[in-house]
Design a protein around this ligand. Structure first.
Ligand code: FAD
Length: 267
């Protein structure tokens, strides 16, 4: 039997989650687990209202998204225009109506497309205990994290500096064989401080630092990015799943990275 505990604050919810008690965001994964009889879930901890965690607002050169903002909220926000292409590719309309930003950060392989974009956009998290944490650090310790995410702050990319690509076998709602996001700020036409992240290529979304390093100071043209393309799968050991083997994922990574960087085949 699954019990449900309803609390008023995120702090109370964080105190209530544990080995068998799981926090409920939008519930697209948690409730699917319950409905399929997941024995690891014996208690659900939920907030009476998530409204205060749903806002999306600008803060200087950054955007702050409440953890309970849904993909639908993102699509309705003009502040988040750069992320519309990402949110639109998370599941179908019913999923997007419920799926939250916070839940996407904890979604297991091959999910987490939105988190890939957040990672590329230098996401910093405000946690339920009031502390700040960068997304990369949280993802590295995701399995042992007991705090909850309150909000996510990301850089606001200029012009076409942000790119996202989801590769799947079923369009438009299939899960990712690979997802790629890049934030490519440029100074005098040359990349300065690129951040590149992949999804479905490791147990969690990951930054691809060899690619980032190879992009530093180069122009975005086919010749100049050859070093980055050569490093596309460096150090990765992607998982096998019913969609593709890890070997296949490493073989196609350079192709999709090139398309992402050169803006070929849509962003
Ligand atoms: C049919 C279907 C299609 C899908 N397609 C995609 C897809 O294309 N791309 C994709 O990325 N995902 C996809 N998903 C997965 C999922 O819908 C999304 O990843 C979604 O964003 C998860 O958010 P949620 O709020 O529903 O999470 P929930 O189910 O509520 O929670 C998922 C996990 O996150 C934790 N969690 C939730 N909020 C917080 C928080 N604030 N702080 C800490 N932990 C938290 C929960 O405790 C739980 O462990 C799909 C799911 C389904 C059922």
């Amino acid at each position: 039997m699954v019990t449900v505990t309803t609390v008023d604050t995120l702090q109370e919810a964080a105190a209530g989650v544990g080995r068998e008690a799981v926090y409920l965001g939008g519930g697209t994964l948690v409730m699917r687990g319950v409905n399929y009889g997941d024995q690891q879930i014996s208690e659900i901890v939920r907030l009476r209202s998530q409204d205060s965690l749903r806002s999306i607002r600008s803060k200087g050169d950054r955007i702050v998204l409440g953890a309970a903002a849904t993909m639908g909220d993102v699509l309705r926000s003009s502040d988040c225009a750069a992320l519309h292409t990402v949110a639109r590719q998370v599941g179908g309309p019913a999923v997007r109506n419920m799926a939250t930003v916070g839940g996407n950060i904890f979604a297991p392989h091959p999910y987490g497309d939105f988190a890939v974009a957040l990672l590329a956009l230098d996401a910093r998290l405000r946690m339920s205990d009031g502390s700040d944490l960068d997304l990369e650090t949280l993802l590295a310790a995701r399995g042992s994290e007991r705090r909850l995410v309150e909000s996510v702050s990301i850089a606001r990319p200029a012009g076409d500096d942000f790119r996202f690509r989801k590769v799947s076998r079923v369009k438009p709602k299939g899960v990712s064989l690979m997802s790629l996001a890049a934030w490519l700020p440029r100074r005098a036409g040359r990349i300065a401080g690129a951040r590149v992240a992949y999804g479905a290529m490791a147990p969690t979304p990951v930054r691809i630092k060899a690619v980032e390093a190879a992009l530093e100071g180069v122009r975005l043209d086919a010749n100049s990015i050859s070093g980055a393309i050569a490093a596309a799968a460096q150090g990765l050991n992607p998982p096998d799943d019913p969609l593709a083997s890890g070997w296949y994922r490493t073989q196609v990574a350079p192709v999709h990275l090139k398309r992402l960087l050169l803006g070929e085949g849509g962003r």
